[in-house]
Design a protein around this ligand. Structure first.
Ligand code: COA
Ligand code: MG
Length: 297
């Protein structure tokens, strides 16, 4: 289970090395927005070399390529696949068709590189274009099973919608359309059993604000969050690891139901519990197990 995904500009050897020493569960080596056009070739080379060197994958290594409708995207893929990245982050996805196209490119390149077919996973940045807000249903119709996670984006979406800002000037809350994008990302991910990943918190010096947003994301149902700065990942890891009290509560909920077989609703500490609470308790223990499996491997 990946809690923290740290973006690292693919043209910076220094940041890539620094990322390796960071507690991030995954690095996203970026070839897209954090790299200027004149440094694309350099970024591709550095990222490909880095992937080949770093064969210990206790920390997963993902690559964000350029969008599929951009000329750079195929070159990005062809360059990095010899390094067997754990997954590809696809930005500016318009619909599931883009992910399926990426999946067929990956299959060809996996065969070329002698990698197991299907081994390269996909994270969709699912809400960066205007069209993407109208096509969430396509994920439920036919989408590659390489797709393991979805996240949303508020920055590129602002530009796509012609918005001058994405937050309310007084409250600082996201405006309606961005909350819609966030909600649909969550619902779509959950509907197809993929991991819903919280969006980056761009104000990287405000660690208290980051923690608050992580807790809010987690309450809504997101698991994990993307990061842009090394200081953000420990906070994200903590926020998305269930606390001892939460684990104990989940165990108690499951125990009460086990002690009352056949009952659809029971009481615990003066509160009514029914099936959604049982499901939630199982989710918590499932998450703990996945986190433990990861830290022990
Ligand atoms: N990954 C790895 N290392 C990073 C890093 C990152 N994302 N961001 C910063 N660092 C390193 C810096 O190089 C610096 O290293 P040093 O102490 O050895 O000099 C250290 O962490 C502290 O960095 P700091 O000075 O606080 O920040 P900065 O001004 O150097 O960088 C950003 C700020 C935003 C440019 C930088 O964090 C960054 O590049 N983030 C990723 C941006 C990105 O990928 N965006 C695309 C996704 S939205
Ligand atoms: Mg972007």
């Amino acid at each position: 289970m990946i809690r923290s995904w740290l973006f690292v500009p693919g043209d910076s050897e220094k940041k890539m090395t620094k990322g390796r020493g960071n507690p991030a569960d995954a690095l996203i080596l970026d070839l897209e927005d954090s790299v200027s056009d004149d440094r694309q070739a350099l970024a591709r080379d550095l990222t490909a070399t880095f992937l080949k060197q770093e064969t210990d994958r206790k920390q997963q290594l993902w690559v964000r390529i350029n969008p599929l409708d951009h000329a750079f995207s195929l070159e990005d893929l062809a360059s990095v696949m010899p390094g067997a990245p754990d997954g590809i982050v696809l930005p500016k996805v318009n619909s599931a068709a883009d992910l399926n196209l990426l999946a067929s490119y990956l299959k060809i390149l996996e065969v070329r590189e002698g990698l197991a077919v299907g081994s390269t996973k996909i994270l969709s940045v699912a809400t960066e274009t205007a069209a993407s807000l109208l096509t969430f249903h396509t994920y439920l119709e036919n989408v590659t099973d390489r797709l393991v996670a979805l996240t949303w984006g508020g920055e590129d979406l602002s530009a796509a919608l012609g918005a001058s800002d994405n937050r309310h000037p007084v409250t600082g809350e996201y405006d309606d359309v961005f909350l819609y994008a966030k909600s649909m990302c969550l619902a779509t991910a959950r509907a197809i059993d993929a991991q819903p990943v919280g969006v980056v918190y761009v104000n990287f010096r405000d660690l208290a604000g980051l923690e608050a947003e992580c807790l809010r994301d987690r309450r809504s149902g997101f698991i994990g969050k993307a990061a842009i700065h090394p200081d953000q990942t420990a906070i994200i890891n903590d926020a998305f690891t269930p606390t001892d009290e939460e684990i104990e509560h989940a165990q108690n909920v499951i125990r009460v139901f086990e002690e009352n077989p056949g009952l659809g609703t029971v009481g615990l500490n003066g509160k009514m519990l029914d099936m959604p609470h049982l499901k939630q308790a199982r989710n918590v223990l499932d998450l703990v197990q996945k986190i433990m499996a990861k830290t022990q491997s």
